[in-house]
Design a protein around this ligand. Structure first.
Ligand SMILES: O=C(CO)[C@@H](O)[C@H](O)[C@H](O)[C@H](O)COP(=O)(O)O
Ligand SMILES: [Zn+2]
Length: 204
């Protein structure tokens, strides 16, 4: 049988590169606006909460750790928490109430008005994500959605929606983590390098 290794590799690399470039071009202003909103939240003692399933759960943990540890800049730890990591909470809620509520119940326990929820779902249709987003809206928590395809059920519920217009879940996720890293970089920029850019939102 013919060896298609190189073709598969090239297709993967090219599709990812094209998608990434188009995403950053289309969403430049939106990414800056979201990063400002996150920076303002943290400047006001709020926090970033994150939720997602599968590979997106790993992305949530990854981004939360960039904030609580450090990113490229040496600076104080920033408050971010992934709702994907507490196996006791996940199994207790999943077992007693159902998997659809694993993020919503944690959010209701830990979220506060003015926090930001980063909800990552490539389909936008995962019930546990949609439920968490709905709860966030009720609680006055800003919702940043990272999605793919047409954004699914989550799309109309988000304050900000970063959409990767493709149907390939792994490629969508690769753009999501690139966007997550950029948000970490911009939040540091607004909080520690050019605070004047968020001063109008902070008042005083
Ligand atoms: O990492 C991957 C695929 O690359 C998978 O684990 C994927 O995240 C899972 O199938 C998720 O359950 C998909 O959920 P969602 O993105 O549609 O909300
Ligand atoms: Zn994956």
């Amino acid at each position: 049988m013919e060896d298609r290794t190189l073709t598969i590799l090239k297709e993967h690399a090219e599709a990812g590169a094209t998608l990434r470039q188009r995403f950053f071009e289309r969403n430049a202003d939106l990414l800056a606006e979201i990063a400002k909103s996150m920076a303002v939240t943290m400047a006001r003692e709020g926090k970033i909460l994150l939720c997602g399933n599968g590979g997106s759960a790993a992305d949530c943990q990854h981004i939360a750790a960039e904030f609580t540890n450090r990113f490229l800049l040496e600076r104080p730890p920033l408050p971010a928490l992934s709702l994907t990591t507490d196996t006791s909470a996940l199994t207790a809620i999943g077992n007693d109430y159902g998997f659809d509520q694993v993020f919503e119940k944690q959010l209701r326990a830990l979220g506060r008005t003015g926090d930001v929820l980063v909800a990552i779902s490539t389909s936008g249709n995962s019930a546990n994500i949609v439920n968490a987003v709905q709860a966030a809206r009720e609680m006055g928590i800003v919702v940043v959605g990272l999605s793919g395809r047409d954004g699914g059920a989550m799309a109309p519920l988000c304050d900000y929606l970063l959409l990767v217009e493709d149907r390939n879940t792994p490629l969508i996720q690769e753009i999501h983590i690139a966007a997550g890293h950029l948000l970490c970089r911009l939040v540091d920029y607004y909080l520690f390098e050019n605070v004047a850019l968020i001063q109008p939102y902070l008042g005083g």
